[in-house]
Design a protein around this ligand. Sequence first.
Ligand code: ADX
Length: 176
Amino acid sequence: MSQSGFVVWFTGLSGSGKSTLAAMLAGEVARRGVHVETLDGDEVRTHLSKGLGFSKEDRDTNIRRIGYVAKLLARSGSCAITAAISPYREIRDEQRRAAAGRFCKMYCSCPIEALSERDAKDLYKKALAGEIKNFTGVSDPYEEPLTPEVTIESDKDTVAEGVDKIINRLKDLDHL
Ligand code: ADX
C-alpha cells in the first residue's frame, strides 16, 4: 500500500449516487487505516461555497475550491473524497493535473430517465417544468468523462457493488 494521499473525485448528475457512494467508500477507506475526509457538493455549498449559484462561472469556482482543499488533504497524506456534479471536463482535468496524478475519477453514470423517475427531491420535475433554470442534464450541460478510472452504473450496480469496484481499482492503482 502506498503511503501518500490521493483524491477520489466523483462526478455525475444530481441523484446519480455520488454522495451515497462517497459515504460508503469513506467508511471502507477508514477501516483500512487511511485517514479520509469527504467534500460533499451539497455540504460544501453551505459553507466553503456559500452564496455561489449554478452559472458556469460559479460552478467552476465551486469545483476549483473543492479541488484546492482536496489537493491539500491529499498532499498531507489523506484520502480526499469529493462528490459534486462537476459538469465541465476542462475544470475536472485541471483538478487532476493540480493533484499531480494522485487523482482517481469515478463516474456515476445514470440515464436521465431513471433519475427523473426516482427524483427523490422533485428537482427533475421542477427543472422539466422550468421552475429551476440551468439544471444539469435538463437545461444545462453535463460533459461525460472520457477516461474515468471507474464507471459506476447507478441504475444497475448496487451501492455495495459500486464500492467494491472502486476499492478494487484503488488497490490496483496502489493507493490502498
Ligand atoms: S456543481 O455543478 O457545482 O458541481 P454541486 O454538486 O455543487 O454542483 O451541487 C449540485 C446540487 O445542487 C444538486 O444535487 C441539487 O441538489 C442542487 N441544485 C440546485 N440547482 C441546481 C442546478 N441548476 N443544477 C444542478 N444542481 C442544482
